[in-house]
Write a protein that binds this ligand. Sequence first.
Ligand SMILES: C[S@@+](CC[C@H](N)C(=O)[O-])C[C@H]1O[C@@H](n2cnc3c(N)ncnc32)[C@H](O)[C@@H]1O
Length: 384
Amino acid sequence: MADLESPPSVSPSVYNAPSISRPSSCSSAPPDETPNKLPASAPKSFLFEVRHTPTAGRAVFATQDIAEATLIFRSDDLTLSVLLREYRREVCGQCFSYDYGRDLGFRDKNAGFVFCSETCHGEWMRENGDIGVQAWSAVETFVKKRSKEDSEMVDVDLPRPKSKDITKAWDGVAAQAEHIRIARANEAGQGAIQATKQHHKALQKALQAPISPDVMSFCVSGLLWHHNNPSDWNKVLALAADSTPYHNIDDLHAFIRTYLHLLAILPIPLLPFVTAESIFLLSSRDSHNSFGIRSLEDEGSEFFGYGCWPAASYFNHSCAPNIEKRRGGRAWEFRTGKNVKKGEELNITYLSGEERKLTRGKRMQTLKRNWGFDCGCEQCEVEQ
Ligand SMILES: C[S@@+](CC[C@H](N)C(=O)[O-])C[C@H]1O[C@@H](n2cnc3c(N)ncnc32)[C@H](O)[C@@H]1O
């Protein structure tokens, strides 16, 4: 993940036949999109339009003069998200409200989330559905038994695994994944192939591997979103993709182990969604599109997690942005930070407060490291 405006932390398809096992890391371009066609999920307003640019992909442009402090867009289309485990007692699992570190009152022990109200709990249950509630309970039971095994902090200075390393690593677990599927299907009385000792051993081996609870939550939220909203999956597919989304080799392996863990523990109806491709795809879209979910007070000093709001992900970065974004509950609001002229690009910043004060060179480095792009904003051109 290189989330919009937060420090790097853990990162974090359509149903594929279970036998397909490796992510197609080289073919991550959004489907059904010609250079001039925009996805239906791109944000829409009479104040702006989304257009393709020669150097920075799609971008948002004002279609008329806009006065300072105008609300230009509200994005409430949260797809996948992760609430870091250390905040699970303090931050509402549905609306992300926070009460200065106090434990919230409505606890769902089975699922491992707290809520600020019965209404939020009910909404969360409704959105996740029966299978979702079962999935979160399975994860919670599994994590509770193990707890605190992996440190999820990543060293951002280690090299990122290249496409060929990623493919090789996923290929390396394809056979084990197949064995686990067969063992699970047999347990559920559904197997076309009789499970043997070898299959059960593969499952046990997966269960014993070190766990990464936040990576697991990230993946579960994405898989559930896909399961529960199949017709909206294109919103995620249409986002800018990163073909090498893992911060380092440990991050890559955390996702691969998580894949096997999820095959071993999730409810059977979810298993068709748990493919190497889908887990890779979640990272590849998260990497360039997630927004940090931070406290609303103290200039956002508490980093609760991150999430992906597809319509909000069409705003490019500028080192002198004209749009300010602010989270309210589960939605983001975008307002002009200054008067904007018709035809100007509408930009937010992807840099955190301290990073914004850096020199051009250091800002460039930060954006390149966290986002993989060479900043082509007007401010950087002026300062050149
Ligand atoms: C959140 S997406 C923004 C929308 C994106 N342009 C698209 O077509 O989906 C972030 C990606 O946009 C591109 N981008 C954003 N700001 C940029 C900038 N200032 N200079 C160059 N590329 C930029 C980079 O490829 C970055 O990874």
